[in-house]
Design a protein around this ligand. Structure first.
Ligand SMILES: *[C@@H]1O[C@H](CO)[C@@H](O)[C@H](O)[C@H]1NC(C)=O
Ligand SMILES: *[C@@H]1O[C@H](CO)[C@@H](O)[C@H](O)[C@H]1NC(C)=O
Ligand SMILES: *[C@@H]1O[C@H](CO)[C@@H](O)[C@H](O)[C@H]1NC(C)=O
Ligand SMILES: *[C@@H]1O[C@H](CO)[C@@H](O)[C@H](O)[C@H]1NC(C)=O
Ligand SMILES: *[C@@H]1O[C@H](CO)[C@@H](O)[C@H](O)[C@H]1NC(C)=O
Length: 441
């Protein structure tokens, strides 16, 4: 029997790899919700992401971001008919919903940062405009074959919204759910991770009744706007602006763990230091910075860098960038002279996944799958995945592997030496990993 066969059997035993829909998945019981940013198609070079680059086996749910609101007559609308529609262009709606045949749930996201809050606030403010919106949404989902709607109103009660949005958002969610029931459409929402925004925007117990899942956007805690280098998505911190405090707060407010989906950022926030440190071998967290961060080559947005851009820079210019790990926030950073990026690498992702598992959350969500290393340009960086040479989606693979890893976490005390059982289980795990990746080529 070849090594591959042995590894394959072990992998089946451990993870039950299955293939019902022609996809080789790492099996686990959690949801992995993947947002796809439609505009990623317009990025240049290695950054250009089309749906042909998507590997659906890494996700259980996909959300196509974003549709918009026509504020003249309160109907849902395509924001990019060329990208979305078949008759005008490349037809991504139908391409996305075709993936339902491979066992995924495919929803349409509506809203997003650029759509603002004001028009949604007005739409939600009367039962008549809500009814128009809901009827148009049901028709729209049906027309393109989506499984559901993801509300990305950012945010009720702020950014041009009104104080009564909180109540109207409950009505909107309830009435959507009522209309969706007979079609069995999924209803989800992406919510802010910021406590003060949560307080203004959401009646957590009420919306929890009607939403199938709540996607917690547990990132953007910090950025260049702080004028200080701070983590985008700290797992822990002393100032309460962190993943664990957000989730604890939502649970206290009455959100059921089984509906909470923890958001993971496949990007970092960038900073320009006010002065170049004397040594780059320092932890830059807390250093003063300018109020605008630098851009990534493909995403081209101030203060933002996709993981694919970060890892490509580290691989192309290893002598220029110094990388490190911030223990308190469980996030990674990289420094090059006065430039700093703080981001989630695979270790940071695993730490968050393990936290989500401990809290028995429904699973995790990623914003967004199009900035993982989807071309497999950075294999050199993934030391413990060195055997996965030439392979793509290192973060998605780390996330799914961590979800499938059901080892009982050891009680927090130092282990004097690894027992033979631990050693065996580690070897089995390593073999299975190799196999899984081998099989998914
Ligand atoms: C919005 O609705 C109005 C009224 O029906 C229509 O004239 C207009 O073309 C729509 N806009 C878009 C972008 O669909
Ligand atoms: C809100 O609706 C108005 C009127 O249709 C439109 O001009 C405006 O662009 C919309 N706002 C945003 C942020 O899309
Ligand atoms: C709203 O506008 C869209 C786009 O012009 C149109 O297709 C739709 O029929 C209108 N809906 C209502 C309820 O007026
Ligand atoms: C790392 O962080 C953990 C949890 O916050 C803490 O218990 C531990 O003491 C820290 N280790 C170091 C070396 O700072
Ligand atoms: C699996 O989980 C255990 C317990 O949390 C951890 O010690 C181990 O490193 C994990 N293995 C992998 C490969 O992630």
């Amino acid at each position: 029997m070849s090594l591959n066969n042995v590894a394959f059997l072990l992998a089946i035993l451990l993870f039950g790899i299955y293939d019902i829909h022609g996809l080789l998945r790492i099996k686990h019981d959690n949801v992995v919700v993947c947002y796809v940013a439609s505009w990623a198609a317009y990025r240049q070079g290695n950054g250009a992401f089309s749906l042909e680059n998507l590997r659906p086996e890494h996700c259980t749910h996909l959300i196509y971001a974003f549709a918009g609101l026509n504020a003249s007559n309160w109907t849902i609308r395509s924001l990019d008919p060329w990208a979305d529609m078949e008759k005008d262009g490349i037809g991504n709606y139908k391409k996305m919903t075709a993936l339902r045949h491979r066992g995924l749930k495919v929803s349409l996201g509506i809203g997003g940062w650029n759509e603002g809050s004001r028009n949604y606030s007005m739409m939600a403010s009367s039962s008549e405009s809500r009814r128009t919106f809901i009827a148009s949404t049901v028709e729209f989902l049906k027309m393109y074959g989506f499984d559901g709607l993801d509300l990305d109103w950012e945010f009720p009660g702020s950014r041009g919204g009104a104080p009564y949005d909180k109540q109207n958002f409950v009505s909107l969610v309830k009435e959507l759910k009522d209309a969706f029931r007979e079609h069995q459409y999924l209803l989800t929402a992406a919510i802010s991770a910021d406590k003060s925004t949560i307080n203004i925007a959401y009646d957590i117990p009420e919306i929890s009744k009607y939403l199938d899942y709540i996607h917690v956007m547990a990132y953007d805690y910090h950025g260049a706007w702080n004028k200080r280098v701070l983590p985008n998505s700290p797992l822990r911190s002393k100032d309460q602006l962190n993943v664990e405090d957000t989730i604890t707060y939502l649970l206290q407010q009455g959100a059921p763990a089984k509906k909470l989906v923890l958001g993971l950022a496949m990007y970092g926030r960038t900073f320009v230091l006010t002065s170049v440190p004397e040594t780059s071998k320092i932890n830059p967290i807390g250093l003063p910075s300018l109020d605008i961060g630098f851009k990534g080559p493909y995403t081209g947005e101030d203060g933002f860098m996709g993981f694919n851009e970060i890892c490509e820079a580290l691989v192309l210019y290893p002598q220029e960038w110094i990388t490190g790990w911030d223990n308190e926030s469980s996030t990674a950073y990289a420094i090059k002279k006065d430039q700093v990026v703080v981001y989630d690498d695979h270790k940071a992702m695993i730490a968050k996944v393990e936290y989500a598992k401990r809290q028995k959350l429904a699973g995790v969500m990623v914003w967004s799958i199009d900035t993982d290393d989807f071309r497999g340009k950075c294999t050199l960086l993934h030391g413990d995945m060195a055997l996965l040479d030439g392979h793509n989606y290192p973060l998605m693979k780390s996330i799914n592997t961590a979800l499938a890893n059901n080892t009982i976490p050891p009680v927090e005390k130092p282990q004097p030496s690894s027992s033979s059982v631990q050693l065996l289980s580690n070897s089995v795990f390593a073999l299975s990993m190799i196999t899984m990746i081998y099989l998914s080529r």
